[in-house]
Design a protein around this ligand. Sequence first.
Ligand SMILES: N[C@@H](CCC(=O)N[C@@H](CS)C(=O)NCC(=O)O)C(=O)O
Length: 230
Amino acid sequence: MTIILYDLAAADDRIRFSPYCWRTKMALLHKGLEFETIPWRFTDKETITPSGSTRVPVIVDDDKWIADSWKIALYLDETYPQRPLMDGDAVRSLCKFVNSWCDMSLNKALRPLALLQVVAILQGKDADYFRESREARLGMSLEASCADQSAAHTSLIEVLAPTERHLSDQSFLGGGSPNYADYALLGSLKWLHSLTGDPPLASDSAMQMWFDRMLDLFDGYARRAPTAQS
Ligand SMILES: N[C@@H](CCC(=O)N[C@@H](CS)C(=O)NCC(=O)O)C(=O)O
């Protein structure tokens, strides 16, 4: 049975830029499950009402609706134990930490590099909703929050210092092969990549080499996905 994934899209259906939906797509690919994505926009709330959520990713698997990228990852490992995303309690626990670090630290550092680019690829009521909701949350205009791009680049390098060190002598956060921690990290960087075509990583960095490896996975699925610049 094909799993349905509601996947955040720009005005152009082909541009899929949600960091959380990217986690879920990579997780589904890792498990080798068949899935179909449905383009979803910020104001399409009714279409995902059965999930009990107003946010994506949402999956529908055999009439079961599941929302939230972390809950979806747990559901997939429980329901389809082959090719685990998180093999055992200890790995699951560390992946949960990486997931929270991406949500709370990395995505925050990426925001000033991403928010204005998001408005630029939305249209009409979605662009209005995104601007109003984010400005209310930030307590300032998007322009003000994105004003200092140079400081934002410096913060991003600082936030990524631990992953740079971690990846300097191994291929993936998970070790010799990727696990859900890699997909959480990829999701965040793929957010910026989908918007700008280029996450700002130094070309000789361990992070850039890791990012290239991640884009190559699953026949280059994440590399082939169109960006707002392609
Ligand atoms: N904790 C959730 C976060 C999901 C989330 O924030 N999704 C965004 C898209 S990137 C969304 O649907 N936003 C809808 C809105 O802002 O109304 C997860 O991991 O799935």
